[in-house]
Design a protein around this ligand. Structure first.
Ligand SMILES: C[S@@+](CC[C@H](N)C(=O)[O-])C[C@H]1O[C@@H](n2cnc3c(N)ncnc32)[C@H](O)[C@@H]1O
Length: 630
C-alpha cells in the first residue's frame, strides 16, 4: 500500500477506539476484552456476546499474540483489520420480523449436511438465514457472513503487486472465502474520498460499490479481502448478499484452490474510481490493464467539476509505469516501494487474522476474534526468500474453516423432533402453530408464529407429491401409511377428548409428561378455545399443506432458473452493480412464485386456525387467499 494516506487519514489515525476492542493509549498496550461481554464495537456499541469454544480458543491465541507484540506498539497507523462493516452515516438496519425470509430446509436424520445448503431457498437468493428463525437452527450453514466463517489465509508480499492474500487451506469452488469489509460510506463521501485519494497520489485505495447509494471503502479499515489482488483469470469472485437486512459483499472461490495459491478476483466491475492501472497478473488472458474510473465515478467527478472523459492511466503520469498499450509489464522493483511500507514485514508468510496489528504502527487494534481453529500453516514463500516470521509468535488464522463439521462434532438434532413417529403418540393429530422445540423435553416456544411445524404425514398419497422428498424426511415424509395417520387421529381423540377441558390438561401436568404437556400448553396459550380435531379438519389441513409444499417446490424451481440472472446481477459478470437491475421479467417470476408460496403457507396456517381455534375462527371464510389482492 502506498505509504501516504489521503482523505483525512490524520483524523482517522487519532481514533483511540478502533476495531473490536479498546486501545489503552496511556500504556500503549492493546487491552483485550476480558470477557466477551466487554467487547465493544468501534462505535461503542455492544456486539454479539456469544462466543463459541473455538472462538474463545482463537481469541486467547490472539491475546497471546498481542501480548508478545505489545512492546512494539506505537500510535495508530494506516490500516486496521476489521471483521464487520463499519457504518457511520446511519444506524445499522434493524431487520423487521416481516422482512425475515424463512427457508423450507429440513434436516435429515443424522445428516447435518442437509441443513441449509445449496438447496436452501435463502442461499439460492443470496440471503443469509436469520438466527432464531431458521428451521435448521444451529446447524444452519447459511450464516457464513454472520459467523465470520472465513477461509484460512496468509498475507504475503508478491513480487510485483504489493501485498497479496493466499489461501492456507484447500478450498472448493463455491466456498465462501471471506467478507469484503470496510467503512460503508454514502455516495457523496465515497466521491470525496476517491477524489482525495486520487489527488494525493494514493494508488492502492479501493472502494467497492455496495449498492446504489453506498460504497465500501477499505483503504484504512478493512478485512483481509482488501489485500486480494486483481487477476484477469481469477480464482475468486465477489457477490452481494443480504445479511440481516443489510447488503454485504463476499469473496467466493470460483474454482478449487489449493493451499498456498494466491487468491484473486477480477476488479472489472467492482473498482470504483481510480486511474486505470497496468495489470501484472501474469495470466495468459491478461488484458494488460484493470480498474479505471467507473461510469458512476466519472459522472460524479464531472458533477464535481472534474472533466468527464477518457480514463486516466496511472502510468501516464508515473515514470515508473509503462503504457499498457505497449503490452509492457512492470518490473518487480517498480511496484515494491510504496507497498512495503504499509505492513509490518514480519508478517510476511504468517497467517493473519482479525485483530492482528498489520502495521506495527497500528498498535491498539484489538478486535473481536472471529477465527475458529488455526490449521497447519501453509506459508507462502517469496521466491528465494524464506518467510521471515513463522516462529516468533503463534500462528493464527483469519478464521475457522467454513462449515467445519469435522472439527465441531455438533450433535445432530432434527428439526421439530417432536414430530418423530415415536414421539407423536403423545399428541398425534394435532397441528401446532408457532412452536419450535429444541428437543422433546426442552421446548423453545416462539410466539411469533414463524417457526412453523407441519402436520404429520398426509393421508393422501397423491401422485403429484414432490418426487425429490426422501422417504425418511421426518414430517415431510409422504410415505406414511393410512393406519399411521389413523393411529394419530385416535390418539388425538384420546388426548383431546371433548370431556376433558383444556385447563384440566394443562393443570394436570403430572399426567401430561414431556411433549404432550408442552404441546397442550402451547396450544392453550395460542388458542384458548381450541377444539378437538375432526378427521375432516385434518383432511383440509393436510390438503392445504400439500398445496404449500407444491408451492415451495415451484419456488425452488424458479430460484434455480433465476440463479444465472442473479449471478449476473450480484456476481462479477454484472456490469456496474449500481446500474444493472435484475430484469423485471425475472423479478416478476420470482415474485409470483414467492406470493404463491406465501399464499400456500398462509392458507395452510389459516386452515389450522380455522379448525383448531374454536368458533370465532371457524366462522371465518373458507376461501383461499387470492394470489393478487383484489
Ligand atoms: C486492493 S489493493 C490490493 C492489495 C495491494 N496489493 C496492497 O498491497 O495493498 C489494489 C492494489 O493492488 C495492486 N494490484 C492489484 N492487482 C494488481 C495487478 N494485477 N497488477 C498490478 N497491480 C495490482 C494495485 O496497486 C492496486 O491499486
Amino acid at each position: 500500500m502506498a505509504g501516504d494516506s489521503a482523505g483525512g487519514a490524520g483524523a482517522e489515525q487519532q481514533r483511540s477506539v478502533v476495531g473490536w476492542g479498546i486501545y489503552d493509549r496511556l500504556k500503549k498496550v492493546p487491552r483485550l476484552a476480558s470477557s466477551p461481554k466487554d467487547v465493544v464495537s468501534p462505535r461503542g456499541r455492544r456486539t454479539n456476546t456469544s462466543e463459541s469454544a473455538s472462538e474463545t480458543a482463537a481469541r486467547r491465541m490472539v491475546e497471546d499474540l498481542f501480548k508478545q507484540e505489545a512492546d512494539a506498539a506505537e500510535p495508530l497507523g494506516d490500516f486496521v483489520l476489521i471483521d464487520h462493516n463499519e457504518i457511520n452515516h446511519r444506524k445499522p438496519k434493524k431487520q423487521e420480523e416481516s422482512e425475515i425470509t424463512i427457508c423450507e430446509c429440513v434436516i435429515e436424520d443424522d445428516n447435518p449436511e442437509s441443513a441449509c445448503g445449496e438447496q436452501c431457498l435463502n442461499m439460492m437468493t443470496y440471503t443469509e438465514c436469520t438466527p432464531g428463525y431458521c428451521p435448521s437452527d444451529e446447524l444452519c450453514r447459511n450464516q457464513r457472513f454472520q459467523r465470520c466463517q472465513y477461509a484460512q489465509t496468509n498475507l504475503f508480499q508478491t513480487d510485483n503487486r504489493g501485498w497479496g492474500l493466499a489461501a492456507s487451506q484447500d478450498l472448493k469452488a463455491g466456498d465462501f472465502v471471506m467478507e469484503y469489509c470496510g467503512e460503508v460510506v454514502p455516495v457523496k463521501e465515497a466521491l470525496q474520498r476517491a477524489k482525495a485519494y486520487e489527488t494525493s497520489g494514493t494508488t492502492n485505495w479501493f472502494i467497492l460499490n455496495l449498492n446504489g447509494g453506498e460504497y465500501i471503502d477499505a483503504t484504512h479499515f478493512g478485512s483481509l479481502a482488501r489485500f486480494i489482488n486483481h487477476s484477469c483469470d481469477p480464482n475468486c469472485e465477489t457477490a452481494k448478499w443480504t445479511v440481516l437486512g443489510e447488503e454485504r459483499i463476499g469473496i467466493f472461490a470460483i474454482q478449487d484452490i489449493s493451499a498456498g495459491t494466491e487468491l484473486t478476483f477480477d476488479y472489472k466491475y467492482t473498482w470504483f474510481g481510480g486511474a486505470r492501472m497496468r495489470c501484472a497478473c501474469g495470466a495468459n488472458s491478461c488484458s494488460g490493464s484493470f480498474g479505471g474510473r467507473s461510469k458512476a465515478f466519472q459522472v460524479f467527478m464531472q458533477r464535481d467539476g472534474v472533466p468527464f472523459g477518457k480514463d486516466a492511466y496511472a502510468w501516464e503520469d508515473d515514470a515508473q509505469r509503462t503504457d499498457a498499450d505497449e503490452g509492457g509489464r512492470q518490473s518487480d522493483a517498480e511496484d515494491d516501494a510504496p507497498l512495503s511500507s504499509f505492513i509490518d514485514p514480519s508478517l510476511v508468510g504468517r497467517k493473519v487474522r482479525s485483530g492482528m496489528i498489520v502495521n506495527p504502527k497500528n498498535a491498539g487494534v484489538i478486535m473481536k476474534t472471529s477465527a475458529e481453529k488455526s490449521a497447519p500453516e501453509a506459508v507462502v514463500k517469496k521466491e528465494g526468500q524464506p518467510p521471515s516470521v513463522t516462529t516468533e509468535a503463534p500462528a493464527t488464522s483469519v478464521a475457522g474453516p467454513s462449515y467445519a463439521p469435522a472439527e465441531k462434532s455438533t450433535p445432530v438434532r432434527r428439526r421439530a423432533s417432536v414430530f418423530k413417529k415415536d414421539k407423536l403418540s403423545s399428541f398425534k393429530g394435532m397441528h401446532v402453530l408457532g412452536g419450535k422445540f429444541k428437543d422433546s423435553s426442552e421446548p423453545r416456544i416462539k410466539k411469533s408464529g414463524r417457526g412453523t411445524h407441519r402436520v404429520p404425514a398426509s393421508r393422501f398419497e397423491k401422485s403429484e407429491e414432490p418426487e425429490e422428498k426422501p422417504e425418511e424426511q421426518d414430517i415431510y415424509s409422504r410415505k406414511r401409511s393410512r393406519s399411521d395417520v389413523e393411529d394419530q387421529l385416535k390418539a388425538a381423540e384420546v388426548i383431546l377428548s371433548p370431556e376433558q377441558s383444556m385447563s384440566q390438561h394443562v393443570q394436570g401436568v403430572a399426567g401430561f409428561q414431556n411433549a404432550r404437556s408442552v404441546v397442550n400448553k402451547l396450544l392453550l396459550s395460542e388458542f384458548p378455545n381450541f377444539f378437538p380435531v375432526s378427521e375432516a379438519a385434518c383432511a383440509e389441513v393436510e390438503f392445504a399443506q400439500e398445496l404449500e409444499i407444491a408451492a415451495v417446490s415451484d419456488l425452488k424451481k424458479v430460484c434455480e432458473e433465476l440463479q444465472p440472472v442473479l449471478r449476473t446481477y450480484c456476481g462479477p459478470d454484472s456490469s456496474t452493480w449500481d446500474d444493472n437491475p435484475v430484469p423485471s421479467s425475472a423479478g416478476e417470476n420470482w415474485m409470483e412464485a414467492r406470493c404463491k408460496q406465501l399464499r400456500g403457507s398462509l392458507n395452510f396456517h389459516f386452515s389450522i386456525i380455522r379448525h383448531l381455534a374454536g368458533p370465532t375462527f371457524a366462522l371465518c371464510s373458507t376461501k383461499e387467499v387470492p394470489l393478487v389482492p383484489t
